[in-house]
Design a protein around this ligand. Structure first.
Ligand code: AKG
Length: 294
């Protein structure tokens, strides 16, 4: 990856990179996605993003889903997901954007974003771990904390669901941006000053800073299967704990999961997460705290 891509990521809060899935990997991932989506839609996989709920806890109030959670869970028994999550190309980009070494990487979330089947759905404008009602001063303070994570969407099919405001990862919202991101579902996301629609061709990945102001629209008529993951730099200590552990990752503490990982580098990444689980204040009988309210 050229330094210009990293410079673009730092300045604008996102960068689009093609080619992180090779052709053999692509068909493995595609088939694995078909199976997990079918299980989720038929109701036999309950770790899902439920239509009507934007953020965890997602609950089971609606039969329709906009995401499959925990792709690497042994209960899904789909090794293609861990293989790709820990693939050298993906780790190479993550280390480059995070400015760290593979030894520093922390395993985090890996989910799939899918189209609902009977309801269109939209996610409101948000930053993943800063409340919409934060004052400008609180917002600035939150955005000034060094960001130790990178998040991505990798499209298996053309994906035009995500909208972002480039550059907003480090700047508090203007008055108009605050007005349009105070909890309402966007009528037209492009009404947000500075926003763009992110269009991904199959195989392209958008990496974005989860502090960037973003939202998404989900059409029940357009097939979506977009791999949605994140990784951290473990040097950030517990700074990512709330954002990550709110997704209920106790299953990642089990040896059964560790045994499914393809190599020692992957197991070392998991160990970093486990340290955060021990120190991060939830999962040890402690209360889970959520970044945003549904
Ligand atoms: O659907 C998307 O692309 C974005 C998902 C998102 O904003 C989130 O998981 O917080």
């Amino acid at each position: 990856m050229g330094t210009d891509l990293k410079a673009h990521y730092e300045k604008h809060g996102y960068v689009i990179i093609p080619g992180l899935i090779d052709s053999e990997g692509r068909s493995e991932l595609e088939q694995a996605c078909e199976r997990v989506v079918a299980r989720t839609r038929e109701g036999s996989w309950l770790h899902r993003r439920t239509v009507g709920k934007q953020f965890p806890p997602y609950g089971q109030d609606n039969p329709d889903s906009w995401g499959v959670q925990h792709l690497m869970h042994p209960g899904l028994n789909e090794p293609a997901f861990a293989k790709w999550y820990t693939s050298p190309k993906l780790l190479g980009v993550a280390t480059e954007l995070l400015g760290c070494e593979v030894e520093d990487l922390q395993m985090e979330l890996f989910n799939l974003l899918i189209n609902p089947t009977s309801h269109d759905f939209a996610l409101r404008w948000h930053r993943d771990d800063v409340r919409e009602n934060a004052t400008p001063e609180e917002e600035l303070k939150a955005l000034n904390i060094w960001h130790y994570g990178v998040q991505w969407n990798t499209a298996l099919y053309v994906d035009s669901c995500l909208y972002i405001v480039p550059g907003s990862q480090s700047v508090p919202r203007t008055k108009e941006q605050r007005r349009l991101s105070s909890g309402q579902t966007p009528e037209n996301p492009l009404d947000m000053p500075g926003s763009i629609k992110v269009i991904l061709q199959p195989g392209e990945t958008v990496f974005y800073n989860s502090n960037i102001l973003h939202c998404a629209t989900y059409s029940s008529k357009e097939k979506r299967a977009t791999l949605h993951g994140c990784m951290g730099n473990a040097k950030g200590g517990a700074s990512r704990a709330r954002n990550i552990l709110q997704h209920e990752l106790d299953w990642m503490k089990e040896e059964e999961f560790k045994c499914t990982l393809p190599n020692s580098a992957a197991r070392a990444m998991l160990n970093k997460l486990r340290v955060m689980q021990l120190n991060g204040g939830s999962g040890q009988g402690g209360e889970i705290s959520y970044s945003l309210q549904n």
